[in-house]
Design a protein around this ligand. Structure first.
Ligand code: DGL
Length: 269
């Protein structure tokens, strides 16, 4: 880690597209005086269906782009990146990179769950990174995971509730419920938008874990511990590699507010 003394440098956040804005939303709640630079690779989304090698190649370019802004820390707000490319990315840059997996499950460690479900993209689930980290920290824990590839396009279509998402959720979640999970980790940037639908299917007895909230708290602690908390004006600069139709409206679904300005960039080497 280097150059940790400049508090006023921005925080860099990146994701395969708009999904990481759900994490930005949480970060802004706990860190209201920071400048955030967000990059979403909307031209190459989804990452969750791609191979580890491709995810790493794209993520390298995303990180390189954020480095141009002299960011003090980078949040890899994409679970597919966090589970497939984080170790390599960390070796290649001196800027601290916070991923969604370790800090994202901090609150689980205090509970005494015996059976946990994890849902995410194909890339996140196949990597088994979440499973490894959880099993390391919680001896004897049983983990049931399920890739839910249709959730991402449903959310991007703005289809969060109603018959179709409920039917899809029922189908995906049935095997996890059959195993009597006590908690379900939403290991994908898009899934917090499906919270009410997922809750309806899994019922009150199963807790929902949203790593984005935990990552925001972890980031705050990290900045505090390194004397890096910013005291400036809250700002969010949005960069995307593509600006498709209705983008501002879709962004609002994730961020809670309409974006003021969106910048188009090409990060490919
Ligand atoms: N951001 C991705 C994730 O959290 C979901 C979208 C994608 O597949 O790229 O895994």
């Amino acid at each position: 880690m280097q150059n940790l003394e400049h508090k006023e440098r921005p925080i860099g956040v990146f994701d395969s597209g708009i999904g990481g804005l759900t994490v930005v939303k949480e970060i802004r709640k706990v860190l209201p005086k920071e400048a955030i630079i967000y990059f979403g690779d909307s031209a190459r989304v989804p990452y969750g269906t791609k191979s580890k090698e491709t995810i790493l190649r794209f993520a390298r370019e995303d990180v390189k782009f954020l480095q141009r802004f002299n960011v003090k820390v980078i949040v890899a707000a994409c679970f597919s990146v966090s589970s497939n490319a984080l170790e390599e990315l960390r070796k290649e840059t001196s800027i601290p990179i916070i991923g969604m997996i370790g800090p994202g499950i901090n609150n689980i460690l205090e509970k005494s769950y015996k059976k946990i479900g994890i849902i995410g993209t194909q890339a996140t689930i196949t990597s088994k990174t979440f499973e490894r980290v959880l099993k390391n920290k919680l001896k004897g824990i049983k983990i049931y995971s399920k890739a839910c590839p249709l959730f991402v396009p449903l959310v991007e279509e703005g289809w969060f509730s109603g018959k179709v998402p409920e039917l899809v959720a029922e189908e995906y979640l049935a095997p996890l419920l059959d195993n009597n999970i006590e908690a379900l980790i939403l290991a994908c940037t898009h899934y917090p938008l499906l919270y009410p639908t997922i809750k309806k299917i899994i019922g009150e007895k199963v807790d929902i874990i949203e790593p984005g909230k935990e990552v925001a708290i972890f980031l705050k602690k990290f900045l505090e511990n390194n004397n890096l908390i910013g005291f400036g004006r809250n700002s969010l600069s949005l960069y995307f590699s593509d600006i498709p139709r209705d983008f501002r409206k879709i962004i609002k679904n994730f961020l809670g507010t309409y974006p003021r300005k969106i910048h188009l960039v090409n990060v490919e080497n």
